[in-house]
Design a protein around this ligand. Structure first.
Ligand SMILES: NC(=O)c1ccc[n+]([C@@H]2O[C@H](COP(=O)([O-])OP(=O)(O)OC[C@H]3O[C@@H](n4cnc5c(N)ncnc54)[C@H](OP(=O)(O)O)[C@@H]3O)[C@@H](O)[C@H]2O)c1
Length: 263
């Protein structure tokens, strides 16, 4: 069964705020119908209202860690729209702590939300996706590099890169591409409590060549490009969106000449 509107269809997890919400708006503007998923139903309903007249948005208020959620979400794409062209595995939580301070509850929570759930969504989506489809996982620069606060968060985001690369190999020949975006620090609800800390500002200002903060639009535009025909020879890649932070060992001039204070 094809989509009666003739539009391609994207399924976006974590669509109620931040990067996910902006991604839904970008895909809507780019001619897609959407399945939008998160726990906060009121936010999803508002998003659907905002986009009425632009595209069809089916919402699913559900927890990504519930075992039946991926199947339910993909079933909506199939039954309502008759197709699934793009899966964006974006839902995530910002819980992190050093390894020795990570208890089992935090470890399980982070793995469940940010690795097991994306894996299950991929598995479900691959059952219905056809040639020309793609999967985009939202990782992090903390999955590329170690860091002081890393712990479980770094481990799962690095794991997503492995998942992305192996799916690129396994399903590329079927015309289904897999890629990952690795944002640096982006201003969202997840990071809102951190901006007042000097170390956080240091990473984002003194140690980042691009002289502005990263935005949800930066990430959403790249996700959309990776899903598009223009990005259709990109497969198995990780694209960092961090203003050059992870690749340059950059320090601004003022930071280079300042003296280190004793701890
Ligand atoms: N912001 C950054 O600096 C940054 C940097 C690197 C990577 N990332 C990644 O970007 C992604 C989006 O984060 P964000 O910055 O946009 O944060 P955000 O605004 O807090 O959004 C997180 C989204 O995930 C959803 N979510 C969380 N747990 C969920 C669950 N168990 N089931 C269903 N949905 C769940 C939330 O919706 P509900 O609460 O309504 O369920 C929300 O829509 C995450 O994977 C994060 O790791 C962010």
């Amino acid at each position: 069964m094809g989509n009666s509107s003739g539009k391609p269809v994207a399924l976006v997890t974590g669509a109620s705020s931040g990067i996910g919400e902006t991604t839904v708006r970008r895909f809507a503007a780019g001619g897609y119908d959407i399945v939008a998923l998160a726990r906060r139903k009121d936010r999803l309903e508002q998003l659907a209202r905002d986009l009425s007249g632009i595209c069809r948005v089916e919402i699913l208020a559900a927890d990504v860690t519930a075992k039946d959620t991926p199947e339910r979400a993909v079933a909506i794409a199939s039954s309502v729209f008759g197709r699934l062209d793009c899966l964006v595995n974006n839902a995530g939580s910002g819980k992190w702590a050093p390894v020795d301070q990570t208890d089992d509850a935090m470890l399980d929570e982070v793995i469940d939300i940010s690795l097991k759930a994306p894996f299950r969504f991929c598995r479900e989506a691959l059952r219905v996706m056809g040639p020309g489809s793609s999967i985009i996982n939202v990782g992090s620069t903390f999955g590329l590099l170690g860091g002081l606060d890393g712990g479980a968060y770094c481990a799962v985001k690095a794991g997503l890169i492995g998942l992305t690369q192996t799916m690129a190999a396994q399903y590329g020949a079927r015309g289904i591409r897999s890629n990952l975006v690795a944002p640096g620090v982006i201003r969202t609800e997840m990071t809102s409590g951190h901006w007042e800390f000097p170390s956080f500002q240091r990473i984002n200002q003194e140690m980042t060549p691009c002289d502005r903060d990263g935005t949800t639009e930066d990430v959403a535009h790249t996700i959309f490009f990776l899903a598009s025909k223009e990005g259709s020879y990109i497969n198995g890649q990780t694209i960092a969106l961090d203003g050059g932070w992870s690749t340059t060992k950059y320090l601004c001039h003022e930071a280079l000449v300042c003296e280190r204070k004793p701890a």
